[in-house]
Design a protein around this ligand. Sequence first.
Ligand SMILES: [Zn+2]
Length: 86
Amino acid sequence: MGNNHHAKGSLECQEVLARLYSFLDGELTDERRQKIRLHLDDCSPCLEAYEFETELRQMVANRLRDRVPEVLRVKISQLIEMERRI
Ligand SMILES: [Zn+2]
């Protein structure tokens, strides 16, 4: 079967990556979260992006608890976002 929805840069991947932050922030509906989870199970590039983001957040939360200014968090997010587009 020619199922190539895993193709790099597929619409579904773009959607998942665009919603990754909302997903991690718990801002999505259950239905959307479920959809993203299913995609991550099935798509290693997106899973890697997700794990990277998760680790980064944990690291920031653990090591710099309460000491990370919001601007820095935004900056880091922007850097990741830029890297992803290259
Ligand atoms: Zn994907």
